[in-house]
Design a protein around this ligand. Structure first.
Ligand code: HEM
Length: 379
């Protein structure tokens, strides 16, 4: 087959962008961040709570049973937040990178659309556990496990699509091989390390959620709260240490020119070609070290202060990683599709309405969180 020549995609939206590219890129990254936090707990919370429930199987009063049930009770909330917040990056991804993300979605249309069904079944599994655990008895944690497995399949399909959209040179050969929409991106070298990196991160974030439950119970039941903080911090610590192997594995599978933007691949200096990417990379490493030290202290001492320090550093780290993930996309495809070349005609009125509604939504969610908090306190 002749090698395919790719040309930059010109004006790819029928109308000019309604807001500046930097603003939409910021909202894309912020949107991914607010999707990723609850999505991580939804993804691995089921497996974690099932393991805790299996551990405390014959000890109904054990901390494991208590924590397992409480995490499981929170999972429908985390899943709802993951789905709702997923809409935000989806909208900006389509506006900014439409020709790439639509094409990759069409090539893998069958697995991509199956996400909806997998999500509904997985979501249902969480409710079956929460409303049927007394009836189902020892079998009930299997529903939590099943939901996590289905969510992992969803995450795998997302990683396939998010990597396929970055390699437009594969589009035509894939379509010529089969137009049936059954493709995945299994030949992609970054796919497996990227997916493993995400799944492990989801376990670590579940650890953050468990420790946060500990902060919540601190005044009510100190023994249980300390156990939760130690368990959550230990989980975060163990998994994040494992990421010191998986992270570089992912980094070194990225194409050379992308790596070069973040750090000096020849080892002559630390700075890569892109200043912002290099600083972000350094900052992430620094935050990682702070989070690890703080969580090690929280794990040994059960200290709330150390856990909060670790929690804040970890959240900042995830924010920095979300931006780095976006920069990987920008560096991978900027020669084919660069949103900055597209015309912009700001629609100020719409932007103001959007920002007002955005603030109103945050206030509404705060109010809703207060109600849920009250309901749990009265339990
Ligand atoms: C529990 C269900 C879900 C799981 C486990 C999940 C998991 C993931 C994962 C692992 C990624 C990153 C993939 C990668 O970069 O390799 C991702 C990205 C994304 N997810 Fe979800 N997701 C879920 C539901 C949803 C839903 C329902 C939506 C939309 C309404 C959504 C929208 C997005 C978008 C738009 C991105 C890419 C954002 C970007 O590239 O900046 N997700 N998701």
């Amino acid at each position: 087959m002749d090698p395919i020549t790719l040309y930059p995609i010109g004006a790819y939206q029928p109308m000019p962008f309604p807001a500046p590219v930097w603003l939409m890129e910021t909202l894309l990254v912020v949107g991914f961040f607010i999707h990723a936090i609850p999505m991580n707990v939804a993804l691995m919370g089921g497996i974690t709570s099932a393991i805790l429930l299996f551990q405390g199987k014959n000890k109904p009063e054990s901390y494991q049973q208590r924590a397992g049930k409480q995490i499981a009770a929170s999972l429908p909330l985390f899943t709802t937040a993951a789905i709702t917040n997923g809409i935000v990056p989806l909208l900006f991804l389509q506006i900014l990178y439409g020709p790439l993300t639509y094409t990759s979605s069409i090539l893998m249309a069958v697995p991509w659309l199956s996400v909806l069904f997998l999500l509904v079944i997985g979501y249902y599994g969480l409710y079956i556990f929460n409303y049927g655990q007394n009836k189902l008895g020892e079998k009930s944690p299997w529903f939590l496990l099943g939901s996590s497995v289905l969510f992992m399949v969803i995450a795998f399909f997302f990683s396939n699509n998010m990597t396929l959209m970055l390699t437009p040179e594969k589009f035509l050969p894939m379509y010529q091989a089969s137009p049936s929409g059954m493709h995945l991106n299994l030949s992609e070298p970054t796919l497996i390390p990227r997916f493993v990196h995400f799944v492990l991160a989801a376990v670590a974030v579940t650890g953050l959620a468990i420790g946060s439950f500990g902060l919540y119970f601190k005044k009510k039941d100190d023994g249980y709260a300390t156990w939760l903080i130690k368990t959550g911090a230990g989980l975060f610590l163990g998994i994040t240490l494992l990421q010191t192997i998986v992270g570089p594995w992912f980094l070194f599978t990225l194409p050379g020119p992308v790596q070069q933007q973040f750090f000096d691949v020849n080892g002559a200096g630390f700075m890569g070609l892109n200043k912002m990417a290099s600083h972000l990379f350094r900052t992430s490493l620094g935050l990682d070290v702070i989070a690890l030290i703080a969580m090690a202290i929280a794990y040994v001492k059960g200290s709330s202060k150390a856990f909060i320090t670790g929690l804040v550093s970890a959240l900042l780290l995830i924010g920095a990683m979300s931006e780095m993930r976006h920069l990987v996309r920008v560096f991978s495809i900027s020669n084919i599709l660069d949103p900055n070349t597209h015309a912009v005609q700001p629609q100020t009125e719409i932007l103001i309405i959007f920002l007002v509604l955005f603030v109103a939504l945050i206030l509404y969610l705060g109010w809703l969180a207060k109600i849920v908090h009250k309901a749990y306190q009265n339990k």
